[in-house]
Write a protein that binds this ligand. Structure first.
Ligand code: PMV
Length: 333
């Protein structure tokens, strides 16, 4: 059996603008995570089981555009295995013993089960899709005795993000793969972010699931209607992300509060906030948060609030009173 774990994530600054080439900041959140296990089973085929979503199916019976099927097939093809065996096994005619062993392992009686579990809420801006992908890629490639490096893991996870989101920037898969705070610009080399002074964030869930694909598509429509205005909003978000990076790396996290408020206003103008997000944001500020904003695709999902350690419990309580379904306290370091 092999096993791998991948964290959730939050976007601190720059969501949506990042799709249009602006910088954004994101951090992993290890308080929740996805896990994948690959087990030998006495049954033919490659079985994917995700009890959380009621899935237990043999790979060949999943639709070809199914993200999990795409993912498993991408791992096989990256490792040079022609096609994932189903039922019986066909190993590629390769002199590589690893692949021959893989071929021998799977036959009419013996297969594998890829079991996925996750504590990350789905469609809530916390990187659940990317974390599931990264955990599977790592567990499966390790099972095949060829653990993939971060760059390859990220590449495959991005491919699958495209199925989930349409035109993703790649920020989710990157932060989840590297498991470290990042300063991210689409199609640019990854830059890790040095957190000079740790800071406390509250992450509050509206409980409203909201697919990122839809909000990204709606922002695109707005951009098509008024590119000049939208580009100016994106550029403002990008410049906030740059200033935030300086604050984080310079040891002044308290300066992030005003920047979060400003970024939230931009996201409201992009029409990706909603009543519940605005309400939680207001409630946290009224309870003493230093700044607050929605995080991720918006229209539901989660918001984040910056707090001192001392004030965090009172802000968490205010968030629950204001209707948050779950509040997590996390330290960014
Ligand atoms: O997956 P989410 O909901 O955290 O959103 C991703 C962030 C967006 O900027 C909205 C989309 C993207 O691909 O960067």
């Amino acid at each position: 059996m092999t096993h791998a774990k991948a964290p959730g994530k939050i976007i601190l600054f720059g969501e949506h603008a990042v799709v249009y080439g602006q910088p954004a900041l994101a951090v992993p959140v290890k308080d929740f995570f996805a896990e994948a296990e690959v087990l030998d089973i006495n049954r033919a085929g490659i079985w994917i089981s995700a009890p959380d979503i009621g899935l237990h199916e043999e790979l060949s019976r999943l639709a070809s555009e199914n993200p999990l099927a795409t993912l498993v097939e991408a791992v096989f093809s990256t490792l040079g295995i022609n096609s994932p065996p189903s039922g019986g096994c066909e190993a590629v005619s390769s002199p590589d013993t690893r692949r021959t062993e893989w071929g021998r392992k799977l036959d009419a009686k013996n297969g594998i089960e890829i079991k996925i579990t996750s504590t990350i809420p789905i469609a809530s801006g916390l990187g659940s899709g990317a974390a599931v992908s990264v955990a599977i890629i790592r567990a499966l490639s390790a099972y095949l005795s060829s653990p993939l490096d971060d760059e390859k893991v990220n590449e495959i996870a991005y491919k699958v993000e495209k199925i989930h989101h349409g035109t993703p920037s790649g920020i989710d898969n990157t932060v989840v793969t590297y498991g470290k705070p990042i300063f991210f610009i689409k199609d640019n080399p990854i830059e890790l972010l040095e957190v000079a002074t740790p800071f406390t964030l509250l992450i509050a869930d509206t409980g409203i699931p909201a697919p990122t694909k839809k909000s990204v598509a709606d922002v695109l429509k707005l951009w098509e209607q008024n590119p000049k205005k939208m580009n100016a909003l994106f550029a403002a978000a990008g410049s906030i992300a740059k200033t935030a990076r300086q604050a984080i790396e310079g040891g002044h996290p308290e300066r992030l509060g005003a920047l979060m408020n400003e970024n939230h206003r931009i996201l409201q103008e992009l029409d990706v906030s909603c009543q519940a997000l605005d309400y939680l944001t207001e409630a946290s500020l009224n309870a003493g948060a230093l700044g607050a904003k929605l995080s991720g695709g918006g229209r539901g999902g989660n918001m984040i609030a910056l707090s001192t350690k001392e004030n965090a419990p009172a802000i968490a309580e205010a968030l629950y009173i204001a209707g948050a379904k779950k509040v997590i306290l996390t330290e960014v370091r």
